[in-house]
Write a protein that binds this ligand. Sequence first.
Ligand code: ADP
Ligand code: MG
Length: 148
Amino acid sequence: PPYPIKMKGKVIQGFGRGSKELGIPTANLPEAATNALCEDVETGIYYGWAQVGDDSSVYPMVMSLGWNPYYKNEKKSAEVHIMHVFPEDFYGVELRVIVLGYIRPERDYDSIDALIQDINIDIKVAHLSLARPSYITFKSDPFFTNET
Ligand code: ADP
Ligand code: MG
């Protein structure tokens, strides 16, 4: 797909799969937010930058793109884990993300530990990739700085 991909939407309630309990909360974007994606974009794990509400801070993120069971798996849904500790939840707040690359396809896991291990690798990959100067420039992209 043509990067960067810019997505935004107000954070919705997820399926309560307990991501937060695992220490990896994922902010779910509304279905319409995936309109920025071309139809054939692969499911899997992506990385990029994220911004919550009108806070000027931009943080690294990993995004899982998968089939949405709520829409009988006809639509894709995006869940964003931001690598930052927030003082409180931000349901209903506008989340903006710039997706810059793909990490891997989705996998089935035998155990929660294996899942967490993979996510921690994803997070390392994201940090390393985003350290490139050409990717750092996207932190100050007008998408994050303009009030629109
Ligand atoms: P849900 O199933 O409702 O998505 P989660 O357990 O995945 O529940 O938690 C997601 C929520 O946690 C987000 O909607 C957001 O309000 C909050 N949250 C707090 N910190 C983060 C973070 N670092 N990244 C993503 N979401 C976070
Ligand atoms: Mg979630």
